[in-house]
Design a protein around this ligand. Structure first.
Ligand SMILES: [Zn+2]
Length: 268
């Protein structure tokens, strides 16, 4: 007689659910500072489950059987370094177009993704400053009033920050001010089709989540207006669909998003 073991069957969970369960579990049981130090090691162990050579991460150089698909069903994460599509595309742009590994830059990086920060910190040819409104980076600049000199940096990276800032025009002007003449700012925000939607009477996290897609966002930029706002701050702006420079095969292998735009802004 065959014994029914269905009672012992574990519920089927996909990799994205497993990843978020593990992440939540680790966040509860490992103190923040220890987690910061051990994160690369923990990711390294986890990446064993993704052993293979179907996809490749431009940031850490590791290859895997697949990327981890996040809950939103769009973003894909490198199992080894935690890079997102936008981090991988940014690293490719920095490496291929700006020769970041060999050229000297004074670089100011707002709210850096850990995967990219680790790589940039290794480079001896750049003077690299990270900043965030929370503690944990080199500086704690207020982006609307940066406590630094005019014309100070050759390169600024500011990804997914303006959508958190009520006074975004002020923030953009500040980036323009601290950027050197001839310097470049690589900027990005989440974008939707059409006009920018903002309503500053919406202040509660629940309402912000409902209206702007995240509980700490104050607007959703529309592709009709974002460029214009940057130009108003003084920048010359080029919206670069950088992933389209690569073959479909490379896009899939590197987990890139073809629609993604990097706003390459220059100061005359
Ligand atoms: Zn990686």
């Amino acid at each position: 007689m065959v014994k029914d073991l269905s009672y012992f069957h574990l519920p089927k969970i996909n990799s994205s659910t497993l990843y978020s369960i593990l992440k939540r579990f680790i966040k509860v049981f490992i103190p923040k500072e220890l987690l910061r130090q051990t994160e690369p090691f923990l990711r390294n162990i986890y990446s064993i489950f993704y052993f293979g050579n179907k996809v490749e991460c431009a940031v850490c150089g590791n290859h895997h059987s697949k990327f981890i698909v996040l809950k939103n069903g769009v973003d894909t994460l490198c199992a080894n370094c935690g890079s997102l599509p936008r981090n991988r595309l940014l690293w490719m742009y920095l490496s291929n177009e700006l020769n970041i590994k060999t050229t000297h830059y004074s670089l100011l990086h707002f709210s850096p993704a850990k995967s990219i920060k680790r790589k940039l910190k290794e480079l001896k040819n750049i003077e690299y400053t990270t900043t965030d409104y929370e503690k944990g980076e080199d500086k704690q600049f207020d982006i609307t009033s940066i406590n630094d000199d005019d014309n100070r940096y050759d390169l600024i990276i500011c990804y997914h920050v303006f959508e958190h800032i009520v006074e975004d025009a002020k923030a953009m002007k500040e980036l323009f001010r601290v950027l050197k003449s001839g310097g470049k700012a690589l900027l990005q925000v989440p974008l939707k089709e059409g006009d920018t939607y903002e309503d500053f009477s919406i202040t509660s996290p629940t309402e912000r989540l409902k209206h702007f897609g995240q509980d700490d966002h104050v607007r959703i930029y529309g592709n009709n207006n974002f460029e214009e706002r940057l130009k108003n701050a003084g920048f010359m702006v080029k919206a670069v669909p950088y992933a389209t420079n690569f073959s479909d095969e490379t896009i899939v292998r590197n987990g890139l998003n073809k629609q993604e735009l990097i706003f390459v802004c220059t100061k005359k």
